[in-house]
Design a protein around this ligand. Sequence first.
Ligand SMILES: CC(C)(COP(=O)(O)OP(=O)(O)OC[C@H]1O[C@@H](n2cnc3c(N)ncnc32)[C@H](O)[C@@H]1OP(=O)(O)O)[C@@H](O)C(=O)NCCC(=O)NCCS
Length: 209
Amino acid sequence: MNIDIIEESADVLPEYARMPISFVVRSIFDVQLVDGGLKGVKLLERPVDVPWTKDYDAFRDEGPARWRDRWDISNWGVISAFVRGSRAGGCAIAYDTPGVHKLEGRKDIAAIWDIRVAPRYRGNGIGGRLVDAAVAWAERRGCRMLNVETQNINVPACRFYAKHGFTLGAINRHAYSEFPDEVELIWCRKIADRAPIPHAGSASTSTPC
Ligand SMILES: CC(C)(COP(=O)(O)OP(=O)(O)OC[C@H]1O[C@@H](n2cnc3c(N)ncnc32)[C@H](O)[C@@H]1OP(=O)(O)O)[C@@H](O)C(=O)NCCC(=O)NCCS
């Protein structure tokens, strides 16, 4: 599949929002504490009895077209994927934004705020290309870490992040008062230290970033 990845301005968010983010929950990760956590934490995948649809955009009408009303998104990045001219996927990256707790007030962390691939295009490598572009975007801003939040009910996304170099950074079993059965999982991808830029006139042959 021929996939074009481009960075766009936040003006496209209403169009971006037309791609559904919803997915079907067929299994969940139960978070099991061994000896209250003293002897470890396990994620155990369990099929649900009746599959159901989760739609993040439906929660308090919080879809991408509304982000501008809630946050100063002037430092954010929007990366889009197109297949034969059709919008097929997108990723929004939050960076250096007051009030976004996930960024911890640091300039060396960026967060994937949203990533979605239109249902008919899922499973074709588009999400992976968006993650690669998000990592490069964060690296250009000097970030050392790219984080993303998901939940134990989004098993495909967990597997997707793990496949793309993220590891579990935090588990919060009590994060969502509105969804007490859901567990927050923060996945983190380290961004490699940049190679030192050689001084002018240096004989080094390494390539500066
Ligand atoms: C998660 C998402 C962005 C991944 O994008 P994608 O283009 O489908 O993923 P890719 O094709 O690049 O990568 C596929 C890999 O991701 C994982 N994956 C993606 N969808 C999966 C699914 N339904 N079941 C199991 N694994 C899945 C697998 O590891 C898969 O690897 P494989 O092809 O070797 O089996 C996309 O499926 C999506 O839009 N999901 C709904 C929205 C969502 O959950 N967003 C994340 C919110 S935190």
